[in-house]
Design a binder for this molecule. Structure first.
Ligand code: FAD
Length: 393
């Protein structure tokens, strides 16, 4: 018979497809988060950024290359490893820290890895994996969010360069990144999805500037920016992938991005429930503790059931992806499910903290603010449900 603490630990291992290498990764990331992130991240929230030193340390520990080939310094693991990384970062309770890392590892740099030439990979991948070069991805524009194809930024071919013009907004790592993967229209006459290409633009390229650092409701230690491109001359050999095929690589990379955001939200939900259990089991009220109230116990139990179901969905989707099955429907389900559930979990958990949950000094207050973005960032729930619905008939 397992004792109580073994049962709690068993939750972390209730995923059948997790192997020893994933368990080791989980332990390493969890240790790093406990020792290096949790004690410091309040300060990062104040300063609005994750220090470079911490990112370099993560690079040195191998956390930035878990999916990338060994020849560039990676460890060539599978999609399940990505889910483990995102879950454990989510458990840190600092969404701004998690997204800083995950944009670099799983949303921006995959553009290079999936479509870059051998020369481009040699040039940037080792530095991306070591944490020397931090990346951002710039797709969203003031007038083009969910509707990616309606973007207006342009890249006009001139000799052996492209000339980029336009504005990007809400770009994570936008202020502090070194390398930006930027989407722009290379064929202005073609409408919709056709005519978009991706470019690697280095910080310091003349005409490229951070026009504004944006202030947000949550994710305070993640820097978010508006970017301006004013006749930015980008060498043609910095186009990533085929000309006019950028929309398709954005859609491909969205799959990984959405799975990762779901796994991050899942880690946050697990942590929120743990924190709240601790709180309600100690908070005295009506001659006992809050946990004595059936209404509270049952709501937490139902949340735990939904979280466990969603956790299985994430890992089964990651497994499908690792086996190279088409899983757009499942990934869209993950993003829709977790974008909503993490908000429900943090809302209820804050409720059970009462007034303390409304205070800036409480972890759950930050977590509830951080959670809000999950319902639209990287794919709004409504858009994700359309993707699911399309595949139901
Ligand atoms: C903190 C933060 C970080 C971000 N980081 C990045 C980044 O690094 N790089 C990047 O390129 N982008 C980034 N984004 C942009 C993000 O992905 C977009 O916010 C998201 O795609 C939604 O676009 P939008 O905000 O323009 O909302 P809109 O597209 O204007 O949609 C507004 C709302 O309308 C509803 N809606 C939209 N479409 C439909 C539909 N088809 N059917 C029904 N309802 C619909 C949804 O409720 C949606 O929330 C970030 C955003 C935030 C807030």
């Amino acid at each position: 018979m397992a004792n109580k603490s073994q049962q709690i630990t068993a939750t972390a291992d209730s995923i059948a497809c997790i192997r020893d290498e994933h368990k080791m990764l989980r332990e390493q990331v969890r240790r790093f988060v406990d020792e290096q992130v949790k004690p410091r991240a309040e300060g990062w929230e104040e300063s609005g950024m994750v220090p470079r030193e911490t990112l370099r340390q993560m690079g040195e520990l191998g956390f930035f290359g878990i999916r990338y080939p060994e020849e560039y310094g990676g460890s060539a693991m599978d999609t399940l490893a990505t889910a483990v990384l995102a879950e454990e970062l989510g458990r840190s309770t600092f969404g701004g820290f998690s997204v800083t890392v995950l944009v670099h590892t799983d949303m921006a740099s995959p553009h290079l890895m999936h479509a870059g030439s051998a020369e481009q990979l040699r040039r940037w991948m080792p530095k991306i994996i070591s944490g020397e070069c931090i990346t951002a991805v710039a797709v969203t524009e003031p007038d083009a969010g969910s509707d990616v194809a309606s973007m207006r930024s342009s890249a006009r071919r001139e000799g052996d360069s492209y000339v980029l013009n336009g504005t990007k907004t809400f770009i994570t790592n936008g202020v502090h990144a070194d390398l930006y993967f930027v989407a722009a229209k290379t064929n202005p006459t073609s409408r919709g999805a056709h005519g978009i290409s991706m470019f690697a633009v280095e910080k310091g390229t003349p005409g490229f500037s951070v026009s504004r650092a944006l202030k947000k409701q949550g994710w305070l230690c993640s820097d978010t920016a508006e970017l301006a491109f004013d006749n930015v001359r980008v060498p043609a050999d910095q186009r990533i992938g085929e000309e006019n095929r950028g929309f398709y690589s954005i859609m491909r990379n969205f799959q990984n991005e959405r799975l990762v955001l779901g796994a991050m939200a899942m880690g946050e939900s697990l942590a929120a429930i743990d924190i709240t259990l601790e709180y309600v089991r100690n908070r005295k009220a009506f001659g006992g503790v809050l946990w004595d109230k059936q209404a509270i116990r049952q709501r937490l139990a139902m949340l735990a059931a939904k979280v466990e179901a969603g956790r299985q969905l994430i890992y089964s989707t990651a497994w499908l992806d690792a086996q190279k099955f088409d899983c757009v429907k499942q990934v869209s389900m993950v993003k829709a499910y977790w974008g909503e559930l993490v908000n429900q979990v943090t809302y209820d958990c804050l409720q059970f903290h009462g007034g303390m949950g409304y205070m800036r000094e409480s972890t759950i207050e930050r977590m509830a603010r951080d959670a809000r973005v999950h319902a639209f960032g990287g794919g709004a729930t409504e858009v994700m449900l359309e993707e699911v619905a399309k595949r139901m008939v």
